[in-house]
Design a protein around this ligand. Structure first.
Ligand SMILES: NC(=O)c1ccc[n+]([C@@H]2O[C@H](COP(=O)([O-])OP(=O)(O)OC[C@H]3O[C@@H](n4cnc5c(N)ncnc54)[C@H](O)[C@@H]3O)[C@@H](O)[C@H]2O)c1
Length: 291
């Protein structure tokens, strides 16, 4: 039990990787507040968790992370129900504004940043107040994205917002280190959740489609993010702060992926080894590999 008697708030905890993390934290002995905008999925998550025997350690509170009072209430519920707070996972998210930059409306941009960035700020702010009062440190985990690390992994406004989450995490980590409050971000690659599962595809079809999106031979799952969140929440990561951990099956490791983009088949690069001696005048050599 790596989180025995720890108390966590998980925003966006009613679905996707948030719910996977709720389940994992509960299994590891934590008490969890599920703070989510969606009443229906929140109620369902709570009733499923109760049926699984976790009812005493889980609560749901309807929360809009873009509203400061809502986030403050979720944090206050952790304290009133479970006696304190040790971990906040600022994970709630949406796709936000999608389309050409010259067509995006101010309100669409604001909605994107309100949920994805301001919501994280509110979570950091209110958790920190409790952590500092308690005087025993704490762990803040923020969901960013690989979209926040380059321009080619997501919609424009979303990419900008997730980049902000990465640096908000780093800057907060620096400011809060003296209080033993760690702040880290997780940058998921493509993870099969309600957000990435297009309604015209079955879950299986969507999974198969996503299997091809990164070097790893199968798609990402909520449980992959939950495992990383558990590491960041637990003492195993006690010296890790200000970090943005990429969990993407090698999606960003492959970088520009030039060989693939310009049509060099994998076969051609994996069936022989070559020693290229450049323009030295010395001969190149090729060695065929045994099958
Ligand atoms: N799925 C992916 O491939 C992927 C990749 C990178 C980053 N992310 C990020 O991961 C996080 C979780 O996404 P997911 O894929 O699990 O999606 P999801 O849709 O399955 O879950 C997101 C949850 O957030 C809740 N939510 C949305 N807006 C909210 C608000 N204003 N206040 C409170 N709750 C709100 C939703 O109701 C939902 O339960 C998001 O921040 C998302 O941007 C997802």
């Amino acid at each position: 039990m790596r989180l025995k008697d720890k108390v966590a708030v998980i925003t966006g905890g009613a679905g996707g990787m948030g719910l996977a993390t709720v389940e994992r934290f509960l299994a590891e002995g934590a008490k969890v507040i599920i703070a989510d905008f969606n009443d229906a999925t929140g109620a369902k998550a709570l009733s499923d968790l109760t049926a699984a025997g976790f009812g005493a350690n889980a609560r749901f509170i309807k929360t809009d992370v873009a509203k400061e009072a809502d986030v403050a209430a979720a944090v206050a519920l952790a304290v009133s129900e479970f006696g304190g707070l040790d971990i906040i996972f600022n994970n709630a998210g949406v796709g936000g504004a999608i389309g050409p930059v010259w067509e995006l409306e101010e309100a669409e941009w604001d909605y994107t940043f309100d949920v994805l960035v301001k919501g994280v700020f509110f979570g950091i702010k209110h958790a920190t107040r409790v952590f500092r009062e308690q005087g025993r440190g704490g762990s803040i985990i923020n969901t960013a994205s690989v979209a926040g690390l380059s321009g080619g992994c997501g919609p424009l406004a979303y990419s900008a917002a997730k980049a902000a989450v990465v640096n908000l995490s780093r800057a907060s980590a620096v400011q809060l280190a003296p209080d033993h409050i760690r702040v880290n971000a997780i940058c998921p690659g493509f993870i099969l959740t309600g957000l990435t599962h297009p309604s015209q595809k079955t879950l299986e079809e969507a999974g198969q489609f996503m299997d091809n999106m990164q070097p790893w031979p199968h798609h990402g799952r909520g449980a992959d993010i939950a495992g990383t969140a558990l590491f960041l929440a637990s003492e195993d990561s006690g010296f890790v702060t200000g970090e943005a951990i990429v969990v993407d099956g090698g999606l960003t490791a492959i970088g520009p992926d030039l060989w693939n983009r310009y049509g060099t088949p994998r076969e051609a690069t994996m069936t022989k080894t070559r020693l290229n001696r450049g323009t030295t005048g010395a001969a190149n050599t090729t060695r065929e590999l045994k099958k």
